[in-house]
Write a protein that binds this ligand. Sequence first.
Ligand code: GLY
Length: 383
Amino acid sequence: MARTDTDVLVIGGGIIGLAVAWRAAQRSLAVAVVDPAPGGGAAQVAAGMLAPVTELQYGEEPLLRLGMASNERYADFAAELTALTGLDTGYRQTGTLAVALDADDREELRELHAFHQRLGLDSQWLSGRECRKLEPMLAPGVRGGLHVTDDHQVDGRRLAAALVAACEHTGVTFHRAEAAELLVTDGRASGVRLDGGGTVTGERLVLAAGCRSHLLPGLPAGVLPAIRPVKGQVLRLHVPPLYRPFLSRNVRAVVRGQHIYLVPRADGELVIGATSEEQGYDTTVTAGGVWELLRDAHELVPGITELPLAETNAGLRPGSPDNAPLLGPTALPGLVAATGHYRNGVLLTPVTGDLLAEYLATGTLPDLAAAFSPDRFTTKVSA
Ligand code: GLY
């Protein structure tokens, strides 16, 4: 058999692809990443809330287990990245307060609290007064809330930079180009043709291209479902030193049926997110999106309107048909998926890196990934 250029070829250098590349390289595999701008993607926009408990949805218990497993790994993951690269990831153990603004919201949060209790999760019900004692900037109308002390935060941009550096330190090769076509040889994924010329081959390929994963030219039909782009518009405010701490933990609520959250960083950045819009690959920041975020955030924390608005932008969450990730081997031999993380890409980065690296090094995918096999969507594959 002809020799390949590398053991593992990762297509897509967002935080998911980088974590897989880094962890696989630590297992003594030769690893290359194909991406025109490694470290880019949705993590550049994400607020970085690590919230498996406060974002829990009914019927998503396997995702909860995966999210909790990743959350538990975060402190060590971040410390290891910092020790290796000297770069801070912005990981902070702040906890999260999910609050209710009216009687309907309070009822919904009460139900979430009861669900937490049935699952043995750590969340504490607080009165409106107790919420404001924790976060004095909250609106006087807050009717109660849930305090979850283990839902933390990380800075997606810092995390991406640290992962690029960690890959470089660990010997990962970067091909800074677009993957123009997947190459399939004798029914097996064998490499990619690069935009601008040249090919790179690999023993195993990892497809980690977010909401563009299924669009890779050359990918046989039926291997991956469509990964839909779900746009999120996000605002970044700046809290001047005089006003700090403006908020001490992540604060979230559902306002008029829309999720809103505020994530305060140690350096004074206050991230407000996020809209949820399904309109294709458009990342335009709209007046309506910014208005809705400011209106809802203002209802929750009126003082935000005093703060400088530093940045607005939009990213695309990669949503699979059941909103859970695709992790592990696909129906195309040689091709492994690490995509479809939807709202949980930042949270699931450490566990995705570990699970995929274990599979790439040993051929065995840990049980934790069993519910996320790509073959749950596989139709007949035709090359
Ligand atoms: N995880 C937060 C979001 O996707 O908006």
